[in-house]
Ligand binder design. Sequence first.
Ligand SMILES: Nc1nc2c(ncn2[C@@H]2O[C@@H]3COP(=O)(O)O[C@H]4[C@@H](O)[C@H](n5cnc6c(=O)[nH]c(N)nc65)O[C@@H]4COP(=O)(O)O[C@H]3[C@H]2O)c(=O)[nH]1
Length: 682
Amino acid sequence: MDEVLVLAKLSASGFAVEHRRVDSIPALESALGERHWDIVISDYVLPDCDGLDVLSVVRRMQPDLPFILVSGGIGEAVAVDAMRAGAQDYLLKQNLLRLGAVVERELTKSATARALRAERQKLRESELRLHSILATLEDIIWSIELPSQRLVYLNPSAESIYGVSAEAFLRGEVDWLEMVHPDDRERMLRSLKEATTSGSLTTEYRVVRPDGEVRWILDRARVVFNEHGARIRLDGIARDVTQQRSSEAKLRQAAHFDVLTGLPNRILLNERLQKAIDAAIDTDAMMAVVFIDLDRFKIVNDSMGHDAGDELLRVLARRLSQRVRASDTVARLGGDEFVVLLPEIRQPQDAQAVCEQMLAAMAPPVSIRNHDIHCTGSMGVAVFPRDGRDVATLLRHADAAMYRAKQAGRNTICFHEPDQNPASGVLRLEAELHTALAQQQFELHFQPQVDLLNGRRIIGFEALVRWRHPERGLVSPLDFIPLAEETGLIVPLGEWVLRQACAQGRAWAERFDPDLRIAVNVSARQFVGSDVVRTVSRELERSGLSPRNLELELTESMLMHNVAQTVKRLGDLKRLGVALAIDDFGTGYSSLAYLRRFPIDLLKIDASFVRDIGHDPDDAAICACILAMADALRIDAVAEGIETEDQLAFLRDQGCRIGQGYLFGRPVPAEQATALLARGAA
Ligand SMILES: Nc1nc2c(ncn2[C@@H]2O[C@@H]3COP(=O)(O)O[C@H]4[C@@H](O)[C@H](n5cnc6c(=O)[nH]c(N)nc65)O[C@@H]4COP(=O)(O)O[C@H]3[C@H]2O)c(=O)[nH]1
């Protein structure tokens, strides 16, 4: 090949050529290895080899490098061989007119090919990255081709959730629908069908893994369309929500059932009673409400301890439940009070017969710690529609009848009498409460709240009211707060508590810690039926306590009654600058949706969940779930009722920052609380 001629032609065509001439295969190999070249122009006849040898080296070392054969006279057969072997073109030396155009064309082609290759490489890298991300996701990502409904993608996490590898699904060895719980299958098929028309899907269903374990899956999917608007794929993301489901179920259970006995609680009783009344009105039927209070329960509780009292309640709850029909409801209202709802009686005597059976069932002694305990009950009955046509009236009349039964010598059944003196016992207690207020028989005790992460440093106190009764000694709030609520006495009593707590809080904040918090319980009646905002503001002013030192504890259930009003009232309180806590959290509605609307600073995890952390995995899960909710709301959580180091360790591990309970200190009078503060820790 005439090198000079070729170079002249190229520069005549406008190329600025930088070139290297090589005459042997080794020299070619070294030149190719050295750098990137744009094109190889080769003669066919070379000293030690021919153009086809050169071509094969070029193709081996740089597959995409354009190769042009220029020769004095190669036959057609050789030219064809060269083109087959990958040469881009061949030219005769005598006629190099086309050279410029050919080189131009090949350079453009190879630049395009290079750009394409770089694009492909980028795409591959991005695919690998995506693949690696999808492989590490806990959620399942899936894609189904439409309309064939063929599974075209599934990430590896399918295996940990379904217990079957993604490959097995993709190869069609496992039918996904077969794994769906039989009870959910039809619904799922329907949902999928609907999704292809509506364009999206959000649904929950169960799968049964090959090992028999059932998992709850939350699946969300959407239809993907092509540019002509045709449905081509359904892409989805599925999440294992089994744990969440069981915590929610436990929370729901806790909202409606008594933790100690497993019986329906007051909320569920009220619901069922209302339903029964509605049904009885429709069918003109009769029904009965029986109020039961255990006789001498307090003596057992005080002399043998709470555990024995709890055991007694459990046994009696079981016995009562066994004596009624499946359609009846035995509920525990708290303490030693039970209510039985008999929705299907024909005459009041039917209720009498059931009550007698229940008394008989309670009669045999209960053996606790080798003691035979005899515990009887006093029963009061109200009959619908004769004694009342609504929930509150029926319960009140049954309660009043129960008080008469108690006065009549216990272990007795009394029916409501229209002109009965409404529970003289209650009246006496009410009168005593009035006197107690007037004579200042109440006192405040304080229970420390501590920082769990910081050496149990005391960060505040909960104020708890006590009644120093002239004859009965120190009375627990559980024994008089409900009546104070019912009679409205809670309003002046609550104001008294707030005043004392604010004054004490101010003294402590000044002397020990400007951030020390004082928590005060606010009852439903105070929150809904009085001007709580004005009272709080007045007491803050009177005491000089800074609002940020005051925390108001409100129960979950009272916030749910009138959500709009609650939101407003909480907002008003918040504007005063005080902190707001939800007490007994977990026992009510526990709805994250509502909580988000309330300006809450703290959740108090109810002691009933903390108590069983070590024994009941569900309770541990609930605590963890509540802590996660608090975290989601970016607020603090206080665990109540911590009694053991194990409970403390678990709660701390779950990220709980504040604790309260006998482990750190019981509620004590102000002087003892002051001593605790002076010592620096609980
Ligand atoms: N077993 C156990 N119990 C623990 C432990 N730590 C604290 N407690 C008890 O748990 C209760 C916590 O108060 P609460 O949930 O607000 O529950 C309070 C609150 O709802 C109501 N209450 C008390 N004082 C007031 C008040 O001033 N106003 C209103 N409205 N209600 C009050 O009475 C309820 C009972 O109060 P207390 O009998 O003082 O009972 C207190 C406290 O003594 C523990 O480690 N183990």
